[in-house]
Design a protein around this ligand. Structure first.
Ligand code: GLN
Length: 562
């Protein structure tokens, strides 16, 4: 595990790591995370090590206590911190496991400063925003960057927001102390008002002015827009924002986010950064990305996948945001199987109202992702019953595994009203129940970072569908212990009191914790593909290396279509 406690880095010590800050302007939600991730992918393709960091401005200490409609998906790192979904993008683009030191919130910074003050670690000084808070911010950045060629730091929100000013100030101080190590990329939006039909650069100019007023001059401006920026727009941004015209990069809307590294590299993004630091590329290798983009653009045959969830907030977009890693994982597996993924967001509440056949009759595969609480669970169970009985490939992720166990218990093992105690405390058959240590935590109201989180080992059962998926993708071998490590985020588990009964009825347990105590994966025989995992495989799927369970699921979908 990376150490984020107390590194011995002094205020004046010069660092070998180069720090690249990515800030946003004009509007939020323009894909700063994708821009940062793409820069990371480019630098990695040039042979450098990259440590990407997300800074979130809220006072929460992590993303675990924020509801999905508010925040979107909660990403879980291998070492078990609940973070913003941008860390997922970083992992997918950079292809490395990113740890807890790489997720920083205002809450964490203040908690540490206040802890130090109580511990007399400031030796009687009065504790102030500058330099004590800014020093703690810089210390955390240095920890995250230690040992890497580049530390890529995405500043959440947009420039000019009151709550993120202290972080911008920290970047300024860092540059003052060690100018040769700091680079600033500003990502801002250029609107095309429909009544004008013309791309406007003034908002970008304004947002760079705000940056300037904080003592920061960007090295590169990335213009986000619906269509590519033309030369004239680039010239204006360069002139008014004080950057070289070649340092204005256009990042237009594209069909797939995985095109962005190629688009930015075509405008020499990597070379511009290396030149500033007087560095030379060790290699040039975006081949795999180019190949992926080619596949994405040329695959024709469609696979229609229903994602049956419940986190609708405002319209359908909210759902996509709540399940972003699931959706990306489905895409990765589809492209690897040479099909075009077409996603359908299905509310489990609609399944309850209209019936599974009416809602799900026309899809090639069904996925039930993670979730919490009782709302919509009966619809999930109906969707799973439909998949089981109609032999539609099914993949259940966490809650989707628990719901599959309940469905099997009720409808195959005939355990009437079987349920999870999360939904029904008085169920006669609690086939899913709370883990004993979790029950204690709930009694004490310990909600923050208290679930079973992060990477845990799991041993697979030989000769199962699950084993085949992991063998096919080369994660395990035919000999030795078939051990995997997957990421978790849950409080409830399969109730071992029902294990024999359900196995006798035909449920296959295809993975458990190494001590055999906790059921991690269930599957069904005589079905093209029916697997549910207690863990979240979506946290380890990457565009260049799809996850075995998603890959196997999609392979079954494609086989049935033939
Ligand atoms: N609510 C379930 C639990 O806590 C499942 C959690 C999830 O899907 N991530 O065990």
């Amino acid at each position: 595990m990376p150490n984020h406690k107390k590194p011995k880095i002094s205020k004046t010590q010069k660092s070998n790591t180069k720090f690249i800050f990515v800030s946003g302007g004009v509007i939020s939600g323009i894909g700063k995370g994708i821009t940062s991730s793409s820069i990371g992918a480019i630098l990695k393709a040039k042979g450098f090590s990259v440590s990407p960091v997300k800074v979130d401005m809220y006072l929460n200490q992590d993303a675990g206590t924020i509801r999905p409609q508010e925040h979107g998906e909660v990403w879980v790192t291998k070492d078990g911190i609940e973070t913003d979904q941008d860390l997922g993008h970083y992992e997918r683009f950079i292809g490395e496991n990113i740890m807890r030191a790489n997720y920083i919130t205002t809450g964490q910074i203040y908690a540490e400063v206040l802890r130090k003050e109580r511990a007399f670690e400031y030796n009687g000084e009065d504790v102030e925003a500058i330099p004590h808070v800014t020093d703690e911010i810089i210390r955390r950045w240095q920890v995250a960057g230690k040992g890497f060629d580049f530390c890529l730091i995405e500043l959440g929100g947009t420039v000019g927001e009151y709550q993120n000013a202290i972080f911008f100030e920290a970047t300024r101080i860092m540059k003052l102390r060690d100018p040769q190590t700091v680079f600033h990329i500003h990502v801002a939006y250029l609107p095309i008002p429909s009544y004008l039909g013309e791309m406007k650069s003034k908002p970008v100019q304004q947002s760079v002015r705000v940056l300037n007023s904080m003592g920061i001059e960007p090295d590169v401006v990335v213009g986000r827009s619906e269509v590519p920026m033309d030369d004239r727009r680039k010239e204006r941004v360069a002139l008014f924002c004080g950057v070289n015209k070649d340092h204005v990069l256009s990042n237009p809307d594209v069909g797939s986010i995985y095109e962005v590294p190629v688009i930015l590299e075509n405008q020499h993004a990597g070379e511009i950064i290396l030149e500033k630091f007087g560095m030379k590329a060790k290699q040039q290798d975006l081949r795999q990305w180019k190949q992926l983009v080619h596949t994405i653009k040329t695959v024709k045959k469609e696979a229609h996948i229903a994602v049956v969830g419940k986190y609708f907030g405002v319209g359908k977009f909210q759902l996509a945001d709540s399940y972003v890693s699931v959706i990306e994982s489905i895409k990765h597996a589809a492209w690897a199987n040479k099909v075009k993924p077409v996603m359908h967001w299905i509310s489990s509440l609609d399944v309850e109202k209209q019936g599974a056949k009416a809602v799900l009759g026309k899809y090639d595969g069904i996925v039930v992702p993670g979730g919490f609480g009782s709302r919509g669970t009966e619809g999930m169970i109906q969707a799973i019953q439909y998949a089981r009985e109609h032999k539609v490939p099914y993949l259940g992720l966490c809650y989707g595994m628990q719901m599959a166990t309940i469905e099997f218990a009720r409808n195959v093992a005939k355990l009437k009203n079987a349920n999870t105690t999360e939904v029904d405390d008085d169920t006669p058959h609690p086939v899913i129940h709370i883990m004993p240590d979790q029950a204690k935590k709930m009694l004490n109201r310990e909600y923050g970072a208290s679930m079973r989180l992060g990477g845990w080992d799991c041993v697979l059962t030989r000769k199962t569908l699950t084993e085949k998926c992991y063998l096919d993708c080369g994660v395990i071998k035919k000999t030795g212990k078939p051990k995997i490590n997957e990421r978790h985020r849950h409080r409830y588990e399969f109730n071992n009191e029902y294990r024999d009964q359900l196995v006798k009825a035909g449920l296959v347990i295809s993975g458990t914790t190494p001590d055999g105590q906790l059921v991690e994966i269930v599957e069904l025989k005589d079905h093209p593909f029916f697997v549910g995992s207690q863990f979240h495989p979506e946290f380890q799927s990457r565009p260049l290396a799809p996850h075995p369970l998603f890959y196997g699921f999609m392979k079954a979908v494609v086989k049935l279509k033939k």
